[in-house]
Design a protein around this ligand. Structure first.
Ligand SMILES: *[C@@H]1O[C@H](CO)[C@@H](O)[C@H](O)[C@H]1NC(C)=O
Length: 399
């Protein structure tokens, strides 16, 4: 056997072991999930290789791949679809065609994509927003979240666009009932939806408040990166703890020192101590999710940089204090069992319940992170369609 063959063999073995993730037994459509996971991990590996040799940044490569999946704003017989802008924030509008005597409900949707990529133009989000508009006979606004910028750009865009939409004349223009507007989002879109909702509900300039918020497997904090869900899903399907940390770090900075410290859970300064009560999973997480994990406090004061954004509830909605949470509207939170971000959502459920906000929580026992991105062919998952139906039917009952 030649040296080259040996090298190729070793390469194949290490590549396969890198992309291979055991799929938990209760996950349906195992082969499809394995294939999706392998595609995701292969793209990640290629992106990391290209970054290491200096060809392009990790997030640029992934953005390029995702942009192959973008769609045009195509109207159909039920919904008129247009791309426009609210102030300077790009949005895609879905307006039902059938005539309506009464003003309609409305949903503002923030897409996921790890803060660093994605768009409302992706087929899965276009499908979801169109479906929502149809099912609820509602006006749907797909929000674009400038992925090439750092915090707080996305938050500010979100506030700008939502405040623009909630004005009397704009609601009237689109035939929307001002008392029936909801905000929702998945993954990093859920983070932004939660942060924007916290702000809008107390903003004296906003006359019409949001009626509901729906957060689908949202990320809501990064100050503790050793929650049970981080430990259980360290090598999780599609999203590993490492990649989650890389992405959320990029939301704040390109400085590599942050993700390095975050992996060790040693990234927060001493003056952030008072915030840990808000993410203390030994009190906020029900037994079922804590299992036999032992609570360990993150190590404070080791970080060599100062990043005030890491203590900012506009980026990490779980850090808002109770007085602020009390103003939140009725809330839907969906969490997935096999998801590094699982416990963020569950702790938010506890915190909102503790201050008396009405919360509905759906926990998907066979769920994986990002399932809503898998609703279109060729590799769509029943899981994605099921989560979509859970979310839309809750909206239908409550909005
Ligand atoms: C978290 O809660 C546990 C149990 O109540 C407590 O012992 C610990 O000090 C808390 N940690 C922080 C950082 O608040």
């Amino acid at each position: 056997m030649g040296f080259k063959t040996l090298c190729l063999g070793l390469f194949c073995v290490s590549f396969l072991s890198y992309i291979y993730t055991p799929i938990p037994d209760n996950i349906e459509e195992t082969w499809k999930v394995m294939a999706l996971d392998a595609v995701a991990k292969t793209c990640t590996l290629m992106a990391l290789c290209l970054e290491n040799v200096g060809v392009m940044r990790y997030e640029e490569f992934i953005s390029m791949i995702i942009s192959l999946d973008y769609t045009q704003p195509l109207s159909d017989e039920h919904v008129t679809v247009t791309d426009t802008a609210f102030v300077n924030v790009p949005v895609r509008l879905y307006i039902p065609r059938r005539t309506s005597e009464a003003p309609r409900r409305a949903v503002i949707y923030f897409h996921g994509g790890g803060f660093c990529f994605g768009s409302f133009k992706q087929r899965a989000f276009d499908f979801l927003n169109r479906w929502t508009a149809n099912k609820l006979d509602a006006v749907v606004v797909g929000m674009e979240l400038a992925p090439q910028h750092h915090f707080p750009a996305q938050f500010e865009d979100g506030i700008t666009a939502v405040k623009y939409f909630l004005q009397d004349e704009i609601l009237r223009k689109y035939g929307v009932d001002p008392t029936r507007v909801a905000i929702s989002g998945d993954s990093s879109g859920g983070t932004l939806a939660a942060a924007v909702t916290q702000q809008v509900q107390i903003d004296p300039e906003v006359k019409h408040k949001l009626k509901l918020q729906a957060l689908l497997y949202p990320g809501l904090q990064v100050i503790d990166t050793s929650l049970p869900s981080h430990r259980d899903n360290e090598h999780g399907v599609v999203l590993t703890r490492d990649i989650a940390i890389k992405l959320v770090s990029l939301f704040f900075t390109k400085d590599e020192a942050l993700p390095q410290a975050m992996r060790k859970n040693q990234h927060m300064p001493v003056e952030s101590r008072h915030l840990f009560q808000f993410v203390n999973w030994s009190t906020l997480l029900p037994d079922k999710y804590r299992k036999d994990h032992e609570y360990t406090e993150p190590v404070l004061g080791k970080s060599a940089y100062s990043l005030p954004a890491l203590m900012d509830p506009r980026a990490l909605p779980l850090l808002a204090d109770d007085a602020r949470l009390q103003h939140l509207p009725r809330t839907y939170i969906l969490t997935c069992q096999y998801d590094v971000l699982r416990d963020d959502g569950i702790m938010y459920v506890s915190r909102l319940q503790n201050v008396g906000v009405p919360v509905s929580h759906d926990h998907v026992e066979d769920g994986i992170h990002g399932a809503l991105s898998y609703m279109t062919s060729p590799l769509y998952l029943q899981l994605g369609l099921r989560i979509k139906d859970m979310y839309v039917s809750w909206m239908d009952k409550n909005l």
